[in-house]
Design a protein around this ligand. Sequence first.
Ligand code: AMP
Ligand code: ZN
Length: 465
Amino acid sequence: MAPMLRLYNTLTGAKEAFAPIDPDHVRFYACGPTVYDAAHIGNARPIIVFDLLFRLLRHLYGSAHVTYARNVTDVDDKINARAAERGITIRELTDGTLAQFHGDVRDLGVLSPEDVNRPGERPCFIEPRATDHIAEMVTMIDGLVRSGHAYVAADHVLFDVPSMPEYGQLSKRPLDEMEAGARVEVAPYKRSPLDFVLWKPAKPGEPAWPSPAGIAAPGRPGWHIECSAMSAKHLGQTFDIHAGGIDLIFPHHENEVAQSRCCFGTGVMANVWLHNGFLQVEGEKMSKSLGNFITIRDVLKDWPGEVVRLTMLRTQYRQPIDWTLRGLEESSRVLERWYNAAGDEPAAGDVPGSVVDALCDDLNTPAAINELHRLSGGPEAQPGALRAGANLFGFLMRTRSDREQDQVAASGIDVPAVEALIAERRAARAAKDWAASDRARDALAALGVAVKDNKDGTTTWTVAR
Ligand code: AMP
Ligand code: ZN
């Protein structure tokens, strides 16, 4: 029997057995990046964690039976401001930032649509962009106005929060408590201070689209409606899993639920809501606004993507992670051990059940990684099983030899010079000319090479670490 996937669901506050609406088509949405600037390593956490869930779902249900949508927010205040500052269109800005994001996450071992989608088949991985879905947003907004869940005021369209009694269910904030606690809202056009923007007028020079609800002035959508429109279009009005960082529970996800449920008349938007914990620096959330961030690109200058990925996954996704140098160093040692243990052995048969079982327990990556440790050394060492298990995570995708070759290529080491020095050293040793042998060894060390004399009399070398 296939292992049972259990996931902690923010909506119910419990870890539950996952039962897809249609086991032949599991549908999963994650809120993606806002592409105005380089992503920081905190933004990489949901991308890596939900990439792992996507891989696990593909493993459990079959790759043709899972659709993953991870959106791109390519219009918002920060994007507009940055594009205006640079004198370029928002599309030029967001295309450039998105290309960088794609490069960054590819280096972190995250699957991309090109890796999984097959021509002529239903796409497995969709990356919808907000500006390509304005028509769908307008249609939803018109529907919400018609059904009395939204209203027009001062060229804005606002969602009428008190029109939805279950508002607050996801974030466990009862509507009456929020109403009582709300401070007087500055925007005079709001009926309730809790009401949020579905559409707003564009300022002069800002990108704008024809407005819904009979508003003459052109405008642009609010952030929350994007995800409601894109998830409905690509995954349906109700789907299986919706994911994002813990900071998105309120208001973003609460508002998505309100829009989608009121528009489509459904009981839920998604059955399961998953939220990753924060990546922190000295106990504080890494964020652009606090200025305590480091970009993915900068981390990748010093560390291989695989090391960064492992550092992210050594903590279970709901727990906070403190981002430290020590954590990266430890991951680097672990990967070294795994590469040595797996050698050039291909992945053997099935992914070990113990690894799958651990991941099926609400993505218990620390337990799954312990299983990989067990397979990597001692009496239970199984190189092929280690590789198969690690591959499910997106690790050990290369053989040890290929990795070493990559390291040599990346290091810029002059290979013919190394080979010549090794030959020189061998000749010096044969002639018992120890001074010459030491000179050759020192010259090799200076080139950044570690030499190993093997029992069979051969000498091999790697990039020194
Ligand atoms: P933002 O660009 O702030 O909208 O964030 C994009 C995604 O990254 C959202 O899912 C956030 O929840 C997530 N995120 C932002 N900062 C962090 C952090 N420090 N740790 C974990 N996730 C984060
Ligand atoms: Zn969203």
